[in-house]
Ligand binder design. Structure first.
Ligand code: GTP
Ligand code: MG
Length: 544
C-alpha cells in the first residue's frame, strides 16, 4: 500500500475493510496533494449543505407541530352541492389551481351537454311512450316514520298523459347520430387509463330498453377498446320529478352516472385541453390549441350545434318534456341555453360553467387550503373533505367523524318533488331529512360545529314560480306557495330536527339559505362560515 496524504484516514481505512460504504468513500490510493485539497474542500462543502438540509428539516418539523389544522367535512345526499361548495372554496383560496384546471372541465361540460341531448331524445322517443303505457305508475309511496311523514307523493295516481308526438323524432335521431360515438369516446377518456381493467366507477352498462342514439354497424363501435360494452350515461335523475315517468324509471335503472375514481387525476391529464386520442397526430406543442386538432370533440359538437338548438327550441319537444316533468334546467340543461358559446371552437369554460359542471364524487377527496398571509388566521391549514353522497358511498363518511372540527351539511330543498337516483321509491327531501337526523344525533359529532346549507334555493324559487304546488308533496303544508313561506318552513323543519335529536343542547346551529352556484352570494356566506369555524375551533383548542 502506498504512503499517501490520504493515509491520515488510515484508521477509517482499516474499519472500511468490512464496510462497503466506507470503502467506496475512501480517497483514491494515488491521490496527489492538489487532488486531496480539492476533495477536502468538496467534502466540507457537502457537509455544509447536509447540515443546512438537516436544519431546514428540523425547522419544518417544528413548524408542522405548530401548524393549526381545521378539518371540515362536507356532507349531504348526492347532487346536494358538496363538490360545488368545494369549488367555491377553491375559487376563494386557490384561484391559481382553479385556473389551471379550467380547460380540463371542458370535457365534463361537453359530456353533461351530451347527457342532456340524450335525455331529450329518450323522452321524445315513441318507443318510450309505448313502454310507459305498458307499465303501472310508481306513485304510491307513503312515508311512515318521522321525517318521512311530511312527504307525500303527488295526488291523483292516474298515469300521466304523454299525448304529444314529436314528428321530427327520427330526423333528430339520425342527424344527431355523431354525438353517440363522441359520448362513448369522452367517457373512455375520462376513465382512468391506468385502471381500465378495474373500472368500478365508470363501468356503465348499455341500456337494454331502448337506444336513444342510433348506433349502426358502420359508424358505431359495439364495444370499447377493452372489450366492454360501450358505456352509456344518463343525466342524474334529480332532473326528474316525481311522480316519475315509468319510462324514465325503467330506462334509468340501466343507466348510471359517470363518476371518475378519485385516484385518477383527470384534471391534470386534460389540463392542456387535449384529448388523449391515439388517432390524433397532435402530440402537444406543435399546434396552437386543441381547436386545431381534428380529433378534438369540439368539432363534432360544433357541427351538431344548430340541430341541438333546433331540438331544444322545438315547441313539440318542450311540450313533451313538460308532460314528462323532465326539468333539464335543474341539472346540465343549463348548457342547452348556451349552445353557441359552449360549442364554439375556442370555447374556454367560465367560472359559472365549471360551477355547474356535474361529476359525481366517489370516495372521499381531501383538499387543503392555507389561509392567506394577510388574514388574521394566517398559517392555518384548512382541510376540506368532499365525500360521495350517494347511498353506497355513505359508509365511507364515519371514519372522518373522529377528528373533524366542523360539518357543512347540504340539503337541496328544491328536491321536494324528486326521487333518489339510487332508489326511485325514496323522495329526495325525505332522504335529506333522514340523513340530517343521523348526523345531528351522532354522539361522535356532539361537539362539532354544524352548519346547514338549505341549498338550491334558486331552483326552489323557479319551481314554485312555475306553479309546482308544495302541498301536493308535503302533507299538511297549508301556507302560501311562495318562496319566502316555503323556505321559512324548511328552515324551521330542519332546525326542529336538530333541536329534537342533538346530544348537545348547547350546540348552536347555523342555517343558511344558499344557491352555491351563485358565486357572489356564496362567497360572502363561505367567508362568514369560515371565520366562525376557525374562531370557534382555534379558541376551543387554545391555539389562538
Ligand atoms: N341551480 C343550482 N344548481 C346547483 C346548486 N348547487 C349545486 N348545483 C348543481 O347540482 C349538480 C350537483 O352538484 P354537486 O356539487 O356535484 O353535488 P354533490 O353533492 O357533490 O354530489 P355527489 O358527488 O354525487 O355526492 C351540479 O351540476 C351543480 O352545479 C344550486 O344551489 N343551484
Ligand atoms: Mg360531489
Amino acid at each position: 500500500m502506498n504512503s499517501q496524504p490520504g493515509q491520515l484516514l488510515a484508521p477509517n481505512r482499516r474499519r472500511s475493510i468490512s464496510d462497503p460504504l466506507s470503502a467506496a468513500l475512501l480517497p483514491p490510493p494515488n491521490e496527489s496533494p492538489e487532488e486531496r485539497e480539492r476533495r477536502l474542500s468538496a467534502e466540507a462543502e457537502a457537509k455544509k449543505r447536509s447540515d443546512n438540509i438537516d436544519k431546514m428539516l428540523r425547522e419544518g418539523e417544528r413548524q408542522n407541530r405548530r401548524k393549526k389544522v381545521v378539518k371540515v367535512l362536507l356532507l349531504g345526499q348526492s347532487e346536494s352541492g358538496k363538490s360545488t361548495t368545494l369549488k367555491q372554496f377553491q375559487l376563494l383560496h386557490a384561484r391559481a389551481a382553479f385556473q389551471a384546471e379550467r380547460i380540463a372541465w371542458r370535457f365534463v361540460i361537453y359530456l353533461n351537454l351530451l347527457q342532456s341531448v340524450r335525455r331529450i331524445l329518450e323522452a321524445i322517443s315513441p318507443d318510450a311512450d309505448a313502454l310507459a303505457n305498458g307499465l303501472d305508475e310508481i306513485d304510491d309511496y307513503d312515508g311512515t316514520d318521522d321525517a318521512a311523514s311530511i312527504i307525500i307523493c303527488a295526488p291523483g295516481g292516474s298515469t300521466p298523459s304523454y299525448g304529444t308526438q314529436v314528428p321530427n323524432y327520427e330526423s333528430y335521431r339520425t342527424r344527431l347520430a355523431p354525438l353517440a360515438e363522441l359520448e362513448a369516446r369522452l367517457i373512455q377518456q375520462l376513465s382512468d387509463p391506468e385502471d381500465i381493467g378495474n373500472l368500478e366507477a365508470t363501468r356503465l352498462p348499455l341500456s337494454q330498453n331502448h337506444q336513444a342514439w342510433p348506433y349502426n354497424n358502420e359508424t358505431s363501435p359495439t364495444s370499447t377498446g377493452w372489450g366492454q360494452p360501450i358505456p352509456r350515461i344518463s343525466i342524474p335523475s334529480g332532473s326528474r320529478s316525481s311522480p316519475a315517468s315509468p319510462t324514465s324509471l325503467a330506462s334509468m335503472s340501466n343507466h348510471q352516472e359517470l363518476t371518475v375514481p378519485t385516484t385518477f387525476n383527470w384534471k391534470k391529464a386534460f389540463a392542456l385541453g387535449k384529448i388523449q386520442s391515439p388517432k390524433s397526430a397532435y402530440s402537444g406543442g406543435e399546434l396552437q390549441g386543441w381547436w386545431e386538432d381534428p380529433d378534438d370533440p369540439v368539432h363534432v359538437l360544433h357541427r351538431c350545434s344548430s340541430i341541438i338548438v333546433e331540438l331544444w327550441r322545438d315547441p313539440k319537444v318542450t311540450q313533451k318534456l313538460k308532460e314528462k316533468r323532465l326539468r333539464l334546467e335543474e341539472s346540465s340543461g343549463f348548457y342547452l341555453n348556451e349552445i353557441d358559446r359552449i360549442t364554439a371552437k375556442m370555447y374556454i369554460p367560465t367560472d359559472d360553467d365549471i360551477l355547474k359542471a356535474r361529476l359525481k364524487t366517489t370516495g372521499v377527496v381531501e383538499h387543503t387550503f392555507t389561509m392567506p398571509k394577510d388574514n388574521e388566521f394566517r398559517g392555518v391549514d384548512w382541510k376540506i373533505y368532499d365525500v360521495g353522497g350517494a347511498r353506497p358511498q355513505r359508509n365511507a363518511w364515519v371514519p372522518y367523524f373522529d377528528d373533524v372540527n366542523a360539518i357543512i351539511f347540504l340539503a337541496p330543498i328544491s328536491a321536494f318533488d324528486q326521487v333518489l337516483a339510487e332508489d326511485s321509491t325514496v323522495n329526495r327531501l325525505e332522504d335529506s331529512m333522514h340523513l340530517w337526523k343521523h348526523v345531528v344525533s351522532n354522539r361522535l359529532l356532539a361537539n362539532v360545529n354544524i352548519i346547514l346549507f338549505l341549498n338550491k334555493c334558486d331552483l326552489l324559487r323557479s319551481k314554485l314560480e312555475s306553479g309546482v304546488r308544495i302541498s301536493h308533496h308535503i302533507r299538511g303544508y297549508s301556507r302560501p306557495n311562495d318562496y319566502d313561506s316555503v323556505s321559512k318552513y324548511f328552515y324551521n323543519k330542519f332546525g326542529a330536527i336538530h333541536q329534537s335529536y342533538t346530544p348537545n343542547r348547547s350546540r348552536e346551529l347555523y342555517i343558511h339559505l344558499t344557491a352555491v352556484t351563485d358565486t357572489r352570494r356564496t362567497q360572502v356566506i363561505i367567508l362568514n362560515v369560515r371565520d366562525m369555524i376557525l374562531t370557534a375551533n382555534l379558541k376551543s383548542s387554545s391555539l389562538m
